[in-house]
Each structure stands twice: as C-alpha cells, then as structure tokens.
Design a binder for this molecule. Sequence first.
Ligand SMILES: N[C@@H]1[C@@H](O)[C@H](O)[C@@H](COP(=O)(O)O)O[C@@H]1O
Length: 259
Amino acid sequence: MEIIILPTPDDVARTAADAIEDQVRRGPSVLGLATGSTPLGTYRELIDRHRNGGLSFAAAQAFLLDEYVGLPASHPQSYHSVIRAEFTASVDFNAGAVHGLDGMARDPQAEAAEYEARIAAAGGVDVQILGIGTDGHVGFNEPMSSLASRTRIKTLTRQTRLDNARFFDAAEDVPDHVLTQGLGTIRDARHLLLLAMGEAKAEAVAAAVEGPVGAFCPASALQLHPHVSVLLDEAAASRLAHRGYYQDTFSRKPAWQGL
Ligand SMILES: N[C@@H]1[C@@H](O)[C@H](O)[C@@H](COP(=O)(O)O)O[C@@H]1O
C-alpha cells in the first residue's frame, strides 16, 4: 500500500484524476467508478481535463461498484443516475460503455453473476476508485462481508442508511438492500485508488490501513492487494499512528508516476 497524505481535498481529487488520466491516455481502459461524495472532486477534475485538456474517454469502459435494490435506473438517487449526472454524461464515453447493476432485476443473484461475467469479458478493471464508509465499508460491503466475496445482494447497516439519508427526502427512503461488487471482485482490479477526506473518515482509514486484516473492517482487505494507493487529506490521515513513516516513504510523488 502506498499512503499518500496531501494537504487538501482538492489535492486528493487532482492526484486521483492524474492516476485515471495516466491510465486512459495509455489506451483502451476499464475504469471502476464509485459513487458517494468522496470522488466528486475527482470527477469534476476529469470533466475539466476533458473539456480543456483533450482527455477522451471514447475508448474507455466503466463499471459501477454498487446499486440500490428497488430503485430503477431513472430514479435520481440510483447510482446509474448519480454517476451520469456527476461524471459520465459530461465526458465522451460511448453509449453502452458505462455499466451498472440493475437494482430492479427480478433475480438479483443472476444479475450479480452476469455483472461479474461482463467485467471479465471487458478484461477486468484497470483502475478502481473507492471511497470508504465510516464503518470501513467499501462498495457496499458492510462489516463481516467475506473478504473473498463476489458481486451479490447485501443488507445495509443502520449506520450506512443514516450516513446516506442526506441524499434522500427521508431516512426511511434509503433502500434496505443493495447489489455490490464483492471484496474479492474489487481486489481483482489491477490498481485500487482508495480516497478519503475529512475527520469523519479518520478512524475507518486507520483501521483499514494500520489495523489487522479482518472482516470487521472490510477496507482492511485491501492490504492483500498488490497495488493500492491510499490518497488522504490531512484530516482523514489524522488518526494514523505512523504518518511520519508514510510521508518519508511515499513523499508527494506516487509510484505510478515512476521513480
Ligand atoms: N456505496 C457507497 C460507497 O461506495 C462510498 O464509498 C461510501 C462513502 O460515501 P461518501 O463518499 O459519501 O462518504 O458509502 C456509500 O455508501
């Protein structure tokens, strides 16, 4: 894991955008996109580079991490709609190049299996953007998710439903169930970018990065991956015990930019 501590959330967004741009400019790429507030700055930065810097997504495909069960793709809070509104409609992905799980699928397990097959047929994910929940979830893999899990239906915890209530009219409107890529699925991506900003994420970040690997902190499963970049602002890094070590070791130049 490379732990990169940056002064501000904008620096996190720009550094994540650098990693995505680097990948996309190399040729046809498969991106893993997350929803939630955390990657919004990165998406804004990529939109800006598309409009003003010639960055094109025409040869790229994208796969979303997760989706609420029971929300049609047209619902404004479905992750299909959110990613379209926040990112993909503002750049030049080809029609059909952005894939998401169908929250209305009559057979969610079949939908999950088909999604895994679609990711595999695309050649796997090159760079996966991830946020982290306050309880250490990634995607919607809540505490005690199997570290080997594949895409499947999950029940949200009360804490996650409360955390996400801000996007809905009322807390009761947050769906109970979701479809999510599993921790095993996420770990198949070739480069993981875990982003966290703000004090509210500091405890989860410390558990994920410095705690033991265990199902109670799903993000700790990322320690088993060969190429993870953890991009943090100062506040999200504030509970790390070994900040000096990370700052000496990883400086301000991420390894993907070469030595
Ligand atoms: N399913 C999403 C995750 O993909 C996201 O990373 C996390 C953090 O959300 P936020 O970035 O809004 O803090 O929770 C949500 O529930």
